[in-house]
Design a protein around this ligand. Structure first.
Ligand SMILES: [Zn+2]
Length: 147
């Protein structure tokens, strides 16, 4: 059992503790760091799960990346891709909906692509979600080269 972040070996108790609270196996230090990130940014657990799955897949993701205006759940800076986890479609207000679209427009103008991923996709189809994001990354890479 090792920490998904620093690869340090962790005991059974720590393994259980981090899996139960964050759904990712992390050492004591990284559990604390991630919990602070969640507290400061209201980061959904699915973003943490997806972040570590993308890291494992070699995508070099960044968690809670500050784009100058707001914090993005996950960013892949190499291809200027922002990934936001949508928490609950039923909970979204009409203001939130139009604000999200406006944010997406602004980041698009600055050369960033924003994709919103429903939290259920991460929860139930983590592998497929990662594969699709890797596909988007290689598509964006191809576009960058084409310009
Ligand atoms: Zn660690």
């Amino acid at each position: 059992m090792t920490c998904k972040d620093c690869a340090r070996s962790i005991g059974h108790e720590q393994y259980r503790e981090s899996l139960d609270s964050l759904s990712v196996a992390l050492c004591e230090r990284h559990t604390r760091l991630i919990k602070r990130v969640i507290l400061n940014n209201n980061t959904p657990l699915e973003a943490i799960q997806l972040f570590y799955a993308l890291k494992e897949a070699g995508a070099n993701p960044m968690l809670e990346w500050w784009d100058g205006k707001r914090s993005v759940d996950i960013a892949i800076s190499r291809v200027k891709l922002n990934i936001e986890i949508d928490k609950d479609y039923n909970m979204i207000t009409h203001e939130q909906a139009i604000n999200d679209l406006e944010d997406a427009m602004h980041s698009f103008k600055n050369g960033f692509t924003t994709i919103r991923i429903p939290h259920l996709a991460v929860k139930y189809y983590l592998e497929d979600t990662v594969q699709n994001i890797l596909g988007i990354i290689s598509g964006l890479k191809a576009n960058i080269k084409a310009i």
